[in-house]
Ligand binder design. Structure first.
Ligand code: NAG
Ligand code: NAG
Ligand code: NAG
Length: 977
């Protein structure tokens, strides 16, 4: 009987399935509309009964095989968005986050009636947001960030009843914020930051969103006032309105934000006083209203909050800093620089809180430096420059081992500096200049082995300099001028291998100039010195001939007791000022000393000597060359197999030769991706060989190797005068070599930031900028598919023998995947510190505009001669430093490299403007490289049509379409708690 029942059941069950069910068919149709380069959807096939086990698919339950979720995050799927997926009647979750979907969002997406979660972020979606989206009744989560969507936010969005997250960050939305959004009472997070909206107000209706926790509107072109209604957002935790043009005062109603943790108002045009009642904000941890025009005093109430970070710099605050700030238990950052504050600092500042960073520069504070600043042992930055502090440096600071930057310039401090304060191990910037300190420089300074800048000029330091100064192997600048130092320069100074500037003028130093050591090799180690000022002392003896070996930009030995003959190199009119006021000094200069010298003979001797040295060098080079050839010949026998070599140009050498020549002596550079060798070939040609690091992890999989080959193939095909030529490459499993043409003048970065900077006069710098721009423009516009470099920096711009520039090192370059927009998703952040575009902070995507930003930084380097990040800039990088300096000084003189000839000033200013345009915080404001080339050409020496304004101020930055770009500081940091 049972058996019969079993048979009966068997008969009833459906016949063997040959095809997938209807939902599966819908999904297959969706799949066929897309390209799937990684075969991620290979499990999708019609042999299964249901799609429930397919990759990325989830069903309600195994028993109820209805598809509820399609999660295809990060699969590199490309093609159109097809709403055929909306035929799945039970679909509630759909994510295509981080793919290459490249159409607009279709209006019939509203067919996905059950959808609760829709995530299309990080694709190439264009067009506008369809009105119909709001017809999806139960939608809770909508993320369209990181696309190229234009237009406005539909007013119909006000109809959403359940929407909690509306994330539109980082698109090209150019409408305004509709007031109807105030109706989405369920909304908890609204992210709209970094969209080039049309200038418009923040609608007061947003104050009706009483469930809102995050309101992020950075860089949205907001104008008008902050609506008082925002004070009704009692659940709000993060209010970020930074980088807009909001004006008026901060409404007092904001004291109603009883859950608020972070308030970011920096970089707007807010004015008036901080509102009363701030003490209600007991949860507030960060408050940043820097870079506005706020006035009044800093209210004591604000300081009574348990704030961690308080930034109010670049405003117009007056009065004193309330005592209560010293009681704030969490305070780690206090930045109030560039205000009009005065009075004494609270005596217990730092006693109760882990203070790390204190910057109150450019105010009118007076009184003593509090003893307790480093009580918790965390203080790293002590920055008090340009105030009126007086008294001694507290002894307690001598124990502050955490200190990194000490900047006390231009105060009224006096007395001796505590012994231990000289020798703090992490301090790299030690600036006591322009005070009234006295006493000696302590020998304890040898403990400050990280010290790079020792700036103690214009004080009353006395006694002789300790020989321990010579132990500071990282010392780059020592300015000790205008003091009362006596005795000799310690002989140990010749060991300061990094020293580039030594200024000891106006002291009471005597003895001989110690450079005339008897050990010439040690002089060689001072080769970085390019600024030497020993004027107005009592140095005696002869001028050391070795000075001629240094490439000095500034040499001043005037007003000493030096005697003897001038070294031949300096015996000409250009150097007169360097030597005047030395009664015993003679030379070819008529008035320098009364005697007529034998300078001519000396000059003759010098020439003879040069010829001899030259001959010796030629001989040596010959010997080395011969040895090289010989060894190469020997090694060729066991060279790398020819079959692994691939050449892209007609080569005049044999690839065999290369591998034999890679020894450690010929390394000319080490980078993140490998070592670079200089190889002299037997035919006299020189090449640069890059040996890539061996992949350690699974990178060596055949897949990765394949990508390497594809990439190299593309680069090998590139022919452009401003791109370093890839001649050939070798890829044999564990050894990957790339052979490039050799560039004799090395990298722009090395040249520009060394003592050879003076070789780069303005015409050369301009030419370099133009060359590099043309190279990048070629990569972006003329390569198919376009190539994004991703690591544009001065070290990747190489110079040939005529200082022509070529772009190099596509170490991280990746061919943009054939998508016209050329936007690329990266798995890891590429790029180098100081060059990285701000959008990296909130999206991991790079595109051509990121290269434009990095190139803008290179322009600023060329104009200013400064590094992209420099301890002197403090928190700022070069871009921000230039912007704020221009803002404050209103003339470009303070940023232009002082060694550039002023006759080029107008031209330099025009190029500076282009640099600023390229480094706009918003990618959309940056010109494409093709346009940059045109702008540079127009700014060049032959083109005076666009001259800078007469008053020396830079004009506002006009963009192609005639719109004016507003003043921005470039701080595009994402600031979300
Ligand atoms: C969707 O897939 C991604 C990547 O596979 C995963 O990280 C994420 O947690 C998934 N989301 C859901 C809601 O399952
Ligand atoms: C927004 O951008 C689109 C596409 O670039 C353009 O057609 C439209 O006119 C712009 N709208 C506004 C208000 O600027
Ligand atoms: C929403 O806000 C506006 C202006 O702030 C106000 O006039 C309106 O009454 C509010 N609506 C509701 C439903 O609260």
């Amino acid at each position: 009987m049972l058996a019969l029942l079993f048979l009966f059941l068997l008969f009833l069950s459906p016949p063997p399935i040959l095809s997938v069910n209807q939902e599966g068919l819908y999904l297959l149709r969706f799949k066929h509309g897309l390209s799937d380069p990684n075969q991620s959807l290979s499990s999708w096939n019609d042999n299964d009964e249901t799609p429930c086990n397919w990759f990325g698919i989830s069903c309600e339950t195994p028993a109820l095989p209805r598809v509820t979720s399609v999660n295809l995050t990060g699969l590199e799927l490309a093609g159109p968005f097809s709403s055929s997926i909306c035929r799945l009647p039970f679909l509630s979750f759909l994510s295509l986050n981080n793919n290459s979907i490249n159409t607009s969002i279709p209006a019939d997406i509203s067919d996905c009636q059950r959808l609760q979660h829709l995530d299309l972020a990080q694709n190439f979606l264009s067009g506008s947001i369809p009105d119909s989206l709001s017809e999806i009744p139960y939608l809770r989560y909508l993320d369209l960030s990181g696309n190229s969507i234009t237009g406005g936010i539909p007013a119909s969005f006000g109809k959403f009843r359940h929407l909690e997250n509306l994330i539109l960050l980082d698109n090209f939305l150019n409408g305004t914020i509709p007031r109807e959004l105030g109706n989405i009472s369920s909304l908890r997070e609204f992210h709209l930051a970094y969209n080039p909206l049309s200038p418009g107000p923040l609608p007061s209706e947003l104050g009706n969103l009483t469930n809102l926790e995050v309101l992020w509107l950075t860089g949205c072109n907001l104008v008008g006032q902050i609506p008082a209604s925002l004070g009704r957002l009692t659940r709000l935790q993060n209010l970020d309105l930074s980088i807009n043009r909001l004006s008026g005062s901060i409404p007092s109603s904001l004291t109603g934000l009883k859950d608020i943790i972070q308030i970011e108002f920096y970089n707007n045009s807010l004015s008036g006083k901080l509102p009363p009642g701030l003490s209600n904000l007991t949860t507030l941890r960060r408050f940043d209203a820097s870079m506005n025009q706020l006035t009044g005093t800093i209210p004591s109430e604000l300081c009574e909050l348990p704030l961690g970070s308080l930034n109010l710099f670049e405003n117009r605050f007056e009065g004193t800093l309330p005592e209560s700030i010293a009681r704030s238990p969490n305070l780690y950052e206090l930045k109030l620089f560039n205000n009009k504050l005065s009075g004494e600092l609270p005596r217990e500042l730092g006693k109760n809180s882990p203070l790390e960073s204190l910057d109150i520069s450019y105010n009118a504070f007076y009184g003593g430096i509090p003893e307790t600043l480093c009580e918790k042992g965390k203080l790293q930055d002590l920055i008090l420059i340009y105030n009126s502090f007086s008294g001694k440096i507290p002894t307690s600071l001598g124990k502050c081992q955490s200190l990194r930057r000490v900047r006390l310039r231009n105060n009224k401090l006096s007395g001796t500096v505590p012994e231990k304060f000289w020798g703090l191990p992490h301090v790299y910037l030690f600036e006591l200049a322009e005070n009234s300190f006295s006493g000696p420089i302590s020998g304890k300074i040898s403990g400050a082995y990280n010290l790079s800048n020792l700036l103690i000029s214009n004080n009353q330091f006395s006694g002789s300099m300790p020989h321990e100064l010579g132990h500071l192997g990282n010392l780059d600048e020592f300015s000790g001028n205008d003091n009362k130092l006596t005795g000799q320069i310690p002989a140990s100074f010749v060991k300061l291998g990094q020293l580039s500037k030594l200024d000891l003028s106006d002291n009471e130093l005597s003895g001989e100039i110690p450079l005339s050591g008897k050990i010439p090799s040690q002089i060689g180690s001072l080769s970085g010195l390019n600024y030497l000022d020993l004027s107005s002392n009592a140095f005696s003896g002869k001028i050391p001939l070795e000075l001629q070996n240094l490439k000095l930009n500034v040499l001043n030995l005037s007003n000493n007791q030096l005697s003897g003959e001038l070294p031949a190199l300096y015996a000409n009119e250009n150097y007169r000022d360097s030597f005047v006021g030395n009664p015993g000094l003679c030379g070819d200069l008529p008035d320098l000393c009364p005697r007529v010298s034998t300078g001519k003979n000396l000059g003759y001797l010098w020439i003879l000597r040069s010829i001899f040295i030259l001959a010796a060098i030629v001989f040596l080079v010959g010997v080395v060359g011969f040895y090289w050839k010989y060894r190469t010949f020997k090694k060729n026998k066991k060279g790398i197999g020819m079959s692994k070599w691939r050449s892209f140009h007609k080569l005049s050498f044999s690839e065999f030769e290369i591998s034999g020549c890679l020894n450690e002596d010929s390394v000319i550079g080490i980078g993140a991706s490998g070592k670079v060798y200089k190889v002299a070939l037997s035919n006299g040609e020189e090449v640069a060989v890059k040996k890539l690091w061996k992949g350690t992890r699974k990178d060596d999989s055949s897949d990765e190797l394949g990508k390497f080959e594809v990439e190299v193939e593309t680069l090998g095909k590139i022919r452009h005068k401003n791109i370093v030529r890839l001649l050939c490459c070798c890829n044999s499993g564990d050894c990957k070599l790339l052979v490039y043409e050799f560039m004799p003048n090395g990298s722009l970065g090395d040249l520009l930031h060394s003592n050879k900077r003076s070789l780069l006069n303005w015409p050369r710098r301009y030419k370099i900028a133009l060359d590099a721009a043309e190279g990048l423009s070629y990569l972006h516009n003329d390569c198919v598919p376009p190539i994004v470099h991703r690591d544009v920096k001065s070290n990747n711009i190489l110079l040939d023998s005529e200082f022509g520039a070529k772009v190099a090192d596509f170490g991280v370059a990746k061919v943009a995947n054939g998508v016209s927009k050329g936007v690329e998703t990266m798995s890891a952040i590429a790029g180098s510190c100081g060059y990285i575009a701000p959008e990296y902070g909130y999206t991991l995507r790079v595109n051509e505009k990121s290269d434009t930003y990095s190139f803008g930084v290179v322009i600023l380097e060329l104009v200013t001669g400064r590094l992209p990040v420099d301890p002197e800039f403090g928190e700022k990088d070069l871009v921000k430093w230039v912007c704020t300096t221009l803002d404050q000084k209103a003339t470009a003189d303070h940023v232009i490299d002082p060694i550039l000839d002023p006759k080029h000033k107008e031209e330099i200013e025009r190029v500076l403007e282009i640099g600023l345009l390229c480094t706009s915080p918003l990618p959309i404001n940056r010109p494409p490289m093709r346009k940059v080339v045109k702008l540079l050409q127009e700014a060049g020496p032959d083109n005076k049509s666009r001259s800078a304004r007469k008053d020396g101020k830079l004009s506002p930055y006009y963009y192609e379409d005639g719109s004016v770009q507003r003043k921005e500081d470039g701080s595009g940091q994402a600031s979300i708690v």
